[in-house]
Design a protein around this ligand. Structure first.
Ligand code: MN
Ligand code: MN
Length: 457
């Protein structure tokens, strides 16, 4: 018996074999990340891996039976992976793991295109909590879909291939930046100045003559040739700029990974791998949620009825009462938390922070001020989960998101808990959260994978 609690560093505890597993898992994770920058990309990736693993499309009409593996892609942006177990769902409920696959980024405005001073631009409206200054003077890629007249759907992804062009938002040079430098950080870059350069070659000849927007004309011509797009089609599109780089190892030892969108793909990937790798006797649902960064509203966010509808469908398949199924269900809300950053120590309370490389991060509650707007997981459920983790050798730690009254944050945990399902936040500590490139430890993403396996086993 250990009388005193001490947080353990996973890398210190791991033997050579475990270390190899940690680094191998990180390679798979990086591949997933690079192919899953937006929720739509993540849904495409998840579907492909689900099919490889023998999962079949789900239907609300279907009568499911033990052993069935299903995937349900809700409107291209929200994924449900379902593995039906042998246990009685009335008594056992379902084991749910939810992570979100949307990340902060720059969405295009509905009427985004204009020309000024010989350059063509796309205007953006930022999505989620960003520090605007981090998005200037950095390579950007364009991802998304455009609906053409008549229902044809065009997928666009430019800036990821080495041979692709990238897009670029300018910043003022320091020589002329005195006024900007005197502003508070949050005001230094205006939201309306986040316009990306997408062209500079004017149309010539017949097209360009007397054309005050000859560059815009030429770019529209290019887009029309390649995708069949005309300007009005932007109004029926979902396009966004994301950082153009790939996931990279950080440090001489490669212990960490820097990438766009760890929040929250660093949780989505482990929960997905867990449902594929574990043939559980429980009925398990792994969810990739959309819209978390903007409040979880809409048809693809976790405030939508859809998750309840999926549970109802499972319940009805076995003639069970869905109310009873939900009441007996358990959920891990898998989302990142703010890891302790010694460079910004005053934002944290060290005893109650999570630390990089110390394992899966359990947060009993999130919220702000006096625990406002949180699911505060019951002690009984925390106790159950602690036993599960410790029985299965899961490295885990606990902490709050920052010191009291410094700020705060929330996750989808409360929306699942509001359905009457025991829920707790379990995730990965992140440094520079919501920056174009965030930082995590390979040890932690692997620990979360082990936590997910233990939870559904
Ligand atoms: Mn998150
Ligand atoms: Mn976030």
């Amino acid at each position: 018996m250990e009388l005193k609690y001490t947080r353990k560093n996973v890398y210190k505890e791991a033997d050579g074999k475990e270390l190899e597993k940690i680094y191998d898992f990180a390679e798979d994770y990086k591949r997933f990340l690079d192919n899953s920058k937006t929720e739509r990309d993540a849904a495409v990736t998840a579907r492909a891996i689900a099919e490889e693993n023998g999962f079949k499309p789900f239907s609300f009409k279907e009568k499911l039976k033990a052993g069935d593996k299903r995937y349900f892609i809700n409107r291209h942006k929200n994924v449900f992976l379902i593995s039906v177990g042998t246990e009685d769902v009335s008594e056992d409920g379902v084991r749910i793991m939810v992570a979100h696959v949307d990340s902060p980024r720059l969405d295009l405005k509905p009427n985004p295109m204009y020309e000024d001073s010989g350059l063509c631009y796309l205007k953006t409206h930022y999505y989620g909590g960003i520090k605007k200054y981090q998005w200037t003077a950095t390579p950007l890629a364009l991802h998304g879909v455009v609906m053409l007249r008549g229902g044809e759907r065009k997928e666009i992804c430019v800036g990821e291939d080495e041979s692709d062009p990238i897009f670029y938002i300018t910043d003022i040079l320091p020589h002329l930046g005195q006024e900007q430098s005197a502003k508070p950080l949050g005001k230094a870059i205006d939201g309306e100045s986040l316009n990306a350069v997408i062209g500079g070659l004017p149309a010539v000849g017949e097209d360009g003559e007397d054309d005050k927007e000859a560059v815009k004309t030429a770019v529209l011509n290019l887009l029309n040739k390649k995708y069949g797009i005309t300007e009005i089609d932007f109004q029926c599109s979902e396009l966004c700029f994301v950082p153009a780089g790939r996931a990279r190892d950080v440090g001489f030892d490669g212990a960490l990974i820097s990438a766009y969108g760890h929040d929250d793909k660093v949780c989505a990937y482990p929960e997905m791998r867990a449902i594929f790798d574990c043939n559980s006797s429980h009925t398990v649902i792994a969810v990739f949620a959309d819209k978390e960064e903007v409040g979880s509203d809409g048809t693809t966010g976790m405030q939508s009825r859809v998750i309840s509808d999926v549970i109802d469908t499972i319940a009805y398949s076995f003639g069970a009462n869905p109310i009873e199924v939900r009441f007996n269900s358990k959920c891990i809300s898998a989302d990142v938390t703010a890891g302790y950053d010694p460079a910004y120590a005053s934002a944290f309370e060290k005893r109650n922070s999570t630390f990089v490389s110390c394992g899966a991060a359990v947060s009993k509650y999130t919220g702000a001020r006096g625990k406002s707007s949180t699911n505060d997981a019951p002690a009984e459920f925390m106790g159950w989960l602690r036993d599960v983790f410790e029985d299965n050798g899961v490295f885990w730690q606990t902490g709050e998101l920052g010191a009291v009254d410094v700020g705060g944050g929330g996750t989808v945990a409360k929306y699942i808990a509001n359905l009457g399902i025991d829920t707790v936040d379990v995730g990965v500590p992140v440094l520079s959260m919501h920056a174009p490139y965030e930082l995590i430890s390979k040890a932690d993403v692997y620990s979360l994978y082990k936590a997910c396996l233990a939870f559904i086993k």
